[in-house]
Design a protein around this ligand. Structure first.
Ligand code: SF4
Ligand code: SF4
Ligand code: FES
Length: 246
């Protein structure tokens, strides 16, 4: 079906002009004009942060960023995607780490250079109070830092804009890992599952799934039970999924 003129907007992808339906997200608009994603696209649901995109509306001074799978196109949008933000990562052995302050200082000392400029918070497409969690880490309030940073999807938007060159998502992952391990009891069902994985309980099922026709795989996936967000005592009707469907 042909779209009428007032249902379209003009955008510029990597400098090239395109007319696209105004109801599309940036990601779908790029596919609409012929791009095929082999990177910068994963979940399509704003969950994994693969699609960080910079844009400027023609005539405006402000350079903005967004998730391409979530933000809609706008008239005059000039768009460029960032393939990868090389945020600083540190290798540490979680089994040997217990003191969070010491570990942050050892692996992410630059955190203490934070200028409290709030640029990271403004750059975050998840509306996370990024500066506040960095400041909480500096104060040693790791519970606050863990709670504030929990919704982070690792898109790297804050990293790219930080004048102190801090890798906020990676330092917050370190803090959450160590804080949770030091302070919260292991979940019984997770511990049991880990043991079952080690014992090889799922090896045969995984082998069968790997060999399975894609249509059958889709059918099984669509029949799975999903844990509701807010029900603590929920248990699956078929704890052996997907074995019960094979
Ligand atoms: S952008 Fe960097 S320097 Fe500015 S508040 Fe955020 S972490 Fe601190
Ligand atoms: S905190 Fe940084 S890496 Fe995490 S979602 Fe926000 S901008 Fe992306
Ligand atoms: S494709 Fe996963 S966050 Fe956009």
């Amino acid at each position: 079906m042909t779209q009428s003129k007032d249902e379209m907007v003009t955008i510029y992808i990597l400098g090239k002009r395109h007319n696209v339906p105004k109801t599309l997200t940036i990601q779908k608009a790029m596919e609409y004009v012929g791009y095929r994603f082999v990177r910068n696209c994963g979940c399509r649901g704003g969950v994994y942060g693969a699609c960080l995109t910079y844009y400027r509306i023609r005539g405006e001074y402000k350079l903005r960023n967004a998730l391409a799978c979530q933000a809609s196109v706008e008239e005059g949008m000039e768009v460029s995607q960032i393939p990868f933000i090389p945020a600083k990562r540190s290798l540490y052995d979680l089994e040997e780490v217990s003191d969070i302050e010491e570990t942050v200082k050892k692996y992410f000392l630059e955190v203490f250079r934070c200028l409290a400029c709030n640029t990271c918070t403004k750059a975050c497409p998840q509306d996370i109070e990024v500066m506040d969690y960095i400041q909480a880490i500096i104060r040693g309030d790791y519970q606050e830092a863990s709670e504030l940073s929990f919704p982070c999807i690792m898109c790297g938007g804050c990293v790219a804009r930080c004048p102190a060159e801090i890798s906020q998502p990676n330092v917050s992952v370190l803090v959450r890992r160590v804080f949770v391990r030091n302070n919260l009891p292991a979940l019984e069902n997770i511990s049991r599952l880990v043991e079952e994985v080690k014992e090889g309980k799922f090896n045969q099922i995984i082998d069968e799934l790997v060999e399975m026709e894609i249509e059958k795989l889709k059918e099984i996936y669509s029949q799975r039970e999903q844990e509701p967000l807010e029900k603590k005592d929920w248990k699956p009707q078929h704890p052996d999924f997907p074995a019960n469907l094979l």
